[in-house]
Design a protein around this ligand. Structure first.
Ligand code: BT5
Length: 259
């Protein structure tokens, strides 16, 4: 029987100094991103974290749906108010934090599918959604939404775009969600503290990518392009070398390995 998150247990495990202060939990919500956005507009501080056991409108990128049976997953939105130079890196920090926390807690190696999916053995175990809030044209805050499949049978998810897995499925036993969230926040905090001018984050992120040097198909703005993934720069932009030797660079899209 899956239990709701215990905030006292999570608070006892929390070692992050900024992230998780405050920690907010609701049994169910439309989306932690929406909830976090409202709180951010009402002045919630950097480090506030919004958690739930169930989302009625959990979302991925481009209006897609994020699925999670009740009490099965990590569903978290982290509020940040960084300097302008850090915003473009938040998706890398979110993905890496999930990788590090999963590896520390479960001992299973993870990779990153460009740009924002965390994979175990090529199957998606977590996704990251970064959304900004602006005052006029000036960034005011960002919400880094992280969903991790923890204690669920992947076969019970509706068909997903990419094969899915969960931590319990991979390790063969239930995984402690409170511990995983505490570790996620600690890793996020460590990575977030890296100076914006340092290349440590892009380098760590690049080292986890599963596509470099491999033939891939990217779908971006409705166009499918095939080529070899030859480079990812420090902003995360992906360059493909096409069979014609033309090089094209993409900042967004969905990538899959070509058969
Ligand atoms: C993502 O989008 O992967 C970002 C997911 C972010 C979810 C978190 S949960 C907390 C916070 N609050 C929210 O409302 N969202 C964030 P994308 O790359 O667009 O992938 C979405 C696609 O993944 C969907 O179209 C499905 O095909 C697939 N999918 C949905 N649920 C999944 C799951 N639990 N595991 C694996 N794949 C899933």
């Amino acid at each position: 029987m899956l239990a709701p998150l215990s905030l006292p247990s999570l608070e006892a495990l929390l070692r992050a100094q900024v992230f998780g202060h405050p920690l907010a939990h609701r049994p169910d919500v439309d989306s932690t991103q929406e909830w976090g956005r409202t709180e951010a507009r009402n002045g919630a501080p950097e480090g506030a974290v919004f958690l739930t056991d169930y989302q009625t409108s959990g979302r991925g990128r481009l209006g897609r749906t994020w699925l999670a049976p009740p009490c099965s997953s990590v569903l978290a939105s982290l509020l940040v108010r960084p300097g302008a130079s850090l915003y473009p890196r938040l998706f890398m920090i979110g993905g890496l934090a999930a990788v590090m926390a999963i590896e520390a807690d479960c001992g299973v190696p993870c990779s990153i599918k460009w740009p924002n999916d965390v994979l175990i053995k090529g199957m998606k175990v977590a996704g990251v959604l970064t959304e900004g809030g602006f005052v006029g044209a000036v960034p005011d805050f960002s919400l880094v939404g992280i969903g991790i499949n923890v204690n669920l049978d992947p076969a019970t998810l509706a068909p997903t775009r990419y094969p899915a897995t969960s931590l319990s499925h991979e390790v063969g036993t239930a995984v402690d969600r409170e511990r995983l969230i505490a570790d996620l926040l600690l890793w996020f905090e460590r990575l977030y503290a890296e100076p914006a001018e340092s290349d440590a984050i892009p380098n760590l992120w690049r080292a986890r990518l599963d596509i470099l040097g491999r033939p891939v198909t990217i779908v971006s703005n409705g166009e499918a392009v095939e080529g070899t993934a030859t480079n990812v720069d420090s902003t995360g932009a992906l360059t493909l070398t096409l069979p014609s030797r033309e090089r094209r660079t993409f900042v967004a899209g969905d990538v899959s390995l070509s058969p």
